[in-house]
Design a protein around this ligand. Sequence first.
Ligand code: AHR
Length: 524
Amino acid sequence: EQAKFNADLKRVVAEVNPRLYGSFVEHLGRCVYTGIYEPEHPSAGPDGFRQDVLDLVRELGVTTVRYPGGNFVSGYRWEDGVGPKERRPARLDLAWHSTETNQFGLDEFMEWTEAAGIEPMMAVNLGTRGLEEALDLLEYTNVPAGTAVADQRVANGRAEPYGVGMWCLGNEMDGPWQLGHRDAKAYGELAGRVGAGMLQIDPGLELVVCGSSNSSMPTFGSWEKEVLRQTWDVISHISCHAYYEEKDGDTQSFLASAVDMDRFIGVVAGVIDEVAAEKAADGGGIVGTDGADASDGAAGEARARKVGISFDEWNVWYQRHWESEEKVTGATDPWPVAPRLLENSYSVADAVVVGSLLISLVRRADVVTSASLAQLVNAIAPIMTEPGGPAWRQTIFYPFAVAAGLARGEVVECSVAGPSVQTAEFGTVPAVDAVVTVDREAGRGLLMAVNRSLGDEVSLGLSSILGSGPGGGTHPDDDLLAGGAVNASHVRVSASPAGVGARASDQSHSLEQSAFSAVTRVRM
Ligand code: AHR
């Protein structure tokens, strides 16, 4: 089958915020312990960081990492994780029914992000805690020496503040599973108070308020509206979380999972605009997702704010299996230390879906200002490790690395005309989805394309590319573009049924490499 693709390089949709290529490290299972941190590992330095994992993290191209949770943060006392290690207490982690040893904490995480060249993104506990603890944490992290809490950091060996710019106000507070779960009004009031206090310390912070845990939550939509109303003056982002998995053997619907993400982003962007309009009508002169300021006058301008989406948890996650998988491990300790949790093995089909979700995120770079692949190591992760043993890439590593490395600069308008596929979950959807980015500084562009058809190979022809080449030519052969992250086994965009069925969980990279072998670069 044939699909035709058009792009106009002069029509810029949005700049791609490098924060779209973030990830997530939670104290969950073996993400931290025997994941990024394992002092006994042969590759570990004096800091206890696994160098083999650091190398893969750099190769993955991750730009930001959210920490320390996740559900974990809602019961976390950050003070437990700083100071001399022998004095740090062990605590129950109610979120993951584990024992937290606190041998890795804030200072270790900051040091690790510096070693990895990554921007840290912190979350505060709004489950069991509130304003005072958040302010102390911020003081410890960002305030120069000379105050009681900042001086604790100095005493712990770090003179300079870390200068963390992005902070999440709690995690998934709409979920009944969340420790300290509240309704939208109660959470919105708390987040608004905590956020305002944090901005009193540093008005330049970017705060993320919790949106919905997924688009099927019964409060989806109304939750966003209420928390945005309560926190509008203090926040810069609202979060979205989404995990996808194949259900009941319906691979075709699974391959089209990004349709849900597209709708999710569209609905939340709509609510942001709605609340922006309300605030503007109230005299706030506020803007929504497009950044246009409807206000007049300095007061309105001073309060003008563009609220973006922080899609700070997204991935494929086989949630149905995780309880039984963990039973298989035969663990008898009811509160184990760093147990094997959520250690999903990813197939080529999963990589196709991850590539497709990346296309959706990049396409909506006009509103998605940050995103985190959840998570980074061992727990639903692109990187796996064995304690004392090797570290390796899973299939989903490859589309992420391609996008993070090459889908930079600006998203430009593109469209694809071609065959459709029928899905039980989403109805009829286009088989091929694509996005084009142009990195003018680097002098290259990238076409990322995915074939969501389970059975049919589709060849993607370039119909027209406007605006490429020095004169903005229209010929498809203009020396623009780009290649692409093609999630099949060839430049022809196809999901080969054989590839889809295979699960690659071991250290053999042949499947994964062939799945993304079509990436090429052409100079502009
Ligand atoms: O990423 C795993 C978990 O998924 C996170 O802790 C939580 O926020 C979400 O439900």
